[in-house]
Design a binder for this molecule. Structure first.
Ligand code: IMP
Length: 177
């Protein structure tokens, strides 16, 4: 794992290694493979941050499944902002079992929007898979069934997560100093 990383005015130090993340992602995949044997779930990947998790997770998924992408943003800098509009959920999700693929669940505002929209579209069920969860900040009642790693309430980058657009390509997770 490399040293500290500086992006603009902020410094980030190594936090969680790629190896630990990979182990956690594999565990999530094993659980999903086991839980959805009787169904053909639709994985709904929330861009941009979830691209790396989605690629790693889906390569470990062995059950028949489909994949689609949606976009919405909730962060401006390091402060949680307003959740924006949901784009890209064009195809019919009615009656489908949907597994939302998230990079990180923080306050849960994003999950809230997705749940509300998907329920309106009469999906059969919504489940959430996330690489990281900040359990002390999450304040919604929806269960987060598939969680890779629980982390502290600190701003992190890497493994798809960014600060001002930078850091998404980092293999490891870094935390704000
Ligand atoms: P929530 O809506 O507050 O749960 O935040 C979820 C979204 O905010 C994630 O999909 C990320 O895009 C972003 N986010 C939350 N925490 C962090 C962080 O620590 N670093 C980078 N982005 C974050």
């Amino acid at each position: 794992m490399s040293d500290v990383i500086t992006i603009r005015d902020k410094t980030f130090k190594p936090y969680i290694t790629q190896q630990k993340i990979t182990e956690a992602v594999t565990k999530v995949a094993v659980k999903i493979n086991n839980d959805f044997k009787q169904e053909v779930p639709l994985f709904l990947v929330v861009l941009n941050g979830s691209f790396m998790f989605a690629a790693d997770l889906l390569r470990e998924i062995t059950i028949p499944c489909e994949l689609s992408f949606v976009k919405l943003a909730s962060y401006h800098g390091t402060e949680s902002g307003e959740v924006k509009e949901l784009i890209g959920i064009g195809e019919s999700v009615r009656g489908r079992t949907v597994i939302v693929v998230e990079d990180i669940v923080d306050t849960g505002n994003t999950i809230d929007v997705l749940y509300t929209q998907l329920k309106k579209m009469e999906v059969a069920g919504v489940f959430v898979a996330t690489t990281f969860l900040k359990p002390t900040v999450y304040n919604k009642e929806y269960p987060i069934e598939y969680r890779g790693l629980e982390i502290e309430d600190k701003f992190v980058i890497g493994y798809g997560l960014d600060y001002l657009g930078f850091g998404r390509n980092l293999k490891d997770l870094y935390v704000l100093e």
